[in-house]
Write a protein that binds this ligand. Structure first.
Ligand SMILES: Cc1cc2nc3c(=O)[nH]c(=O)nc-3n(C[C@H](O)[C@H](O)[C@H](O)COP(=O)(O)O)c2cc1C
Length: 313
């Protein structure tokens, strides 16, 4: 009845709802009908096997959680031999999230993963650039431009670039990624945060600082999606604190063409499919035929005459 399809840089997905990298895994097929999802997004994969950060790796905070998982990875051979065949069983397109400490590392990973069964690459550039100052690529427009340009040469697949929210002017980074050839921007990764246990005086995650996710970050990331949507022409995927369909709709109104859902899945394992159902019900109830009609539809001027607003305040 309603058309939920969206075009994400040449990859047309059947609906705009998908998991956020690192918050979704193979076992979830017990509770979620994988074929209903707009796409799969894998946990970030690195070339080598990597352990994670020291424990504890997760701490709950008010309206959110801090994680310092640290991208543990089984490496590329395992990914190709085990993870890819698992996802090939489903009709849902597979987006592979990649990370590397150098530009060439990113490019060679993208080239090696541009193979059958992979529908798009999501470059997680919120990782340290070890060839320069160790700051995340996505913290500088110049480093973003350099890594995305090289990635663009390395793969013909749709190239999604995931930004960090830990910057002053995210629109500048978005423009740099677009001009270097990104097809889609994912906005955004977690917000750098810290929590301290007042009994032990120890940081609550083993790596001292970690990434804040969940409802606590949603208004900040909605603002960044809005800013990015005004700065670039390529589609944006909103990600941060989406717990239900209303949150997803808010992101679409701010300018996102699709959304990724992370922390909500830890709270309600079937959150993704509930959001798809409730988004569909919203569109039917409002008589909106295409989900695309919501994208960027925020109204910045009130339909009410100013005098009415003043009288009501
Ligand atoms: C436990 C955990 C692991 C994550 N791992 C990754 C990862 O491997 N790659 C990545 O790009 N983002 C990773 N993220 C960030 C999420 O993909 C997402 O950007 C962030 O959590 C904000 O969305 P949310 O508030 O819906 O969780 C992780 C988040 C959490 C909570």
């Amino acid at each position: 009845m309603v058309d939920l399809r969206v075009d994400l840089g040449g990859l047309v997905v059947c609906n705009p709802i998908m998991p956020a990298s690192g918050t979704f895994s193979e076992g979830l097929e017990q509770v979620v009908d994988f074929n209903q999802l707009g796409a799969f997004v894998t946990k970030t994969v690195t070339r080598e096997r990597r352990g994670g950060n020291p424990t504890p790796r997760v701490a709950e905070t008010s309206s959110g959680m801090i994680n310092s998982i640290g991208i543990p990875s089984d490496g590329i051979p395992y990914f190709i031999d085990h993870t890819l065949p698992f996802y090939r069983r489903f009709a849902t397109p597979l987006v592979v999230s990649i990370s590397a400490p150098s530009i060439e590392g990113f490019a060679s990973l993208a080239a090696d993963l541009s193979r059958d069964g992979v529908a798009a690459i999501e470059a997680n550039i919120s990782c340290p650039n070890l060839e320069e100052d160790g700051r995340a690529f996505a913290m500088s427009a110049r480093a973003t431009e350099a890594v995305v340009r090289r990635l663009r040469d390395a793969t013909a697949l749709p190239l999604w670039v995931k930004l960090t929210p830990n910057v002053g002017e995210i629109a500048d980074i978005a423009r740099a990624a677009e001009s270097a050839g990104a097809d889609v921007l994912t906005v955004a990764n977690t917000i750098l945060a810290m929590a301290i246990d007042t009994e032990t005086f120890l940081p609550r995650v083993g790596n001292v600082m970690g990434g804040l996710s969940g409802p606590a970050i949603k208004p900040i990331i909605v603002r960044q999606v809005f800013q990015c949507a005004r700065a670039v022409r390529i589609p944006i995927i909103g990600c941060g604190g989406i717990m239900n369909a209303t949150d997803a709709i808010e992101y679409l109104l701010a300018g996102a063409s699709a959304v990724q859902v992370g922390t909500a899945t830890f709270v309600h394992p079937a959150a993704l499919t509930t959001i798809i159902d409730d988004l569909t019900a919203f569109l039917v109830r409002r008589g909106i035929e295409r989900v695309g009609a919501l994208v960027g539809a925020v109204r910045l001027t009130s339909p009410e005459p100013v005098e009415t607003l003043v009288a009501a305040s």
